[in-house]
Ligand binder design. Sequence first.
Ligand code: GYE
Length: 343
Amino acid sequence: MNKDRIIGALLLLLIAVAMIFLTISGAFGKKEPMVEEIKEEQEDENLIVVGFSQVGSESIWRTTHTRSLQEALSKENGFFLQYSNARQKQENQIKAIRGFISQRVDYIVFSPATEDGWETVLTEAKDAGIPVILVDRKIAESESDLYTTWVGSDMTAEGLRAGQWLAYEQARRGRAEAELNIVVLKGTIDSTSERGRTAGFEQIAKKHDNWHILCSESGDFTTSKGKEVMAQLLKRYPDIDVVVSQNDEMTFGAMEAIREAGLATGIHGRITIISFDSVKEALELVEEGSINCDVECNPLQGELVAEVIRKLERGEKVEKEYFVEEKVFTRANVKDYLDERLY
Ligand code: GYE
């Protein structure tokens, strides 16, 4: 072995040792706090302990919603937040809530995947004396005594706004009487956002005999499913005029399928697109003209949740519902809002 080779081998050995060291120290650095540490923090600082069960991370709307709650319910603001992501599964949410009950958290905050099936676990929370605050989605009306309050959007109003915009737009184009073939991409079936948006839009559609809802199918609030469902619908119905897509992610997928079928949307083609959520990426497409209308759903609910908890802490009475504010975006107004949109 010559001298160069030995030096090379030594160098390689040195790099390998350094990498092992960095990996080990990195892994220790990232370690989750242990139960004991958590307890100490709570006791020391008198923080309000909140267990938050989020439905998943299926959309930009959802990840923004999570961040909004994490920021508002921070240690600096006097909270200790236990966050759990249910990855779209109700059984995971039930497990998380049971965990929060056994830890005796001060409050349970959660966004229910669908509206039904919460009676047992929420009765357990009630019996343990832990107030439950719903965010974004709701549970069945008949079980409203199982939660203290709800913070979110009026989903039926959002559906109504979508229908009202379409009626207005048809009239503006002088096409109020024209036959209109509509398909609806629904979100997660039986979630409050799906039920409300569907009901609101149908209320307006019913008033127009010339509007035909050809098909309503779920794309589960995801881009991949939205694309898959849209591709099938395009094969089944060659003459679609309007796509009502219940969130921006499904809209992105649907638009891909439409493009791949050689068709154009918005002001560039025959298919009118109505979307929901209004994340920045979608608003850019509104400005560019390929989405006609985006009905806003406001995910910034953290501050309101923190405020409600503070009220409860002071023993004040709270409302049963708190609504966030929302708009409708079209090419006519979107420019004024694009810069300030952070998500
Ligand atoms: O529109 C969608 C999501 O429930 C309002 O859930 C929420 C919906 C939102 O993931 O993007």
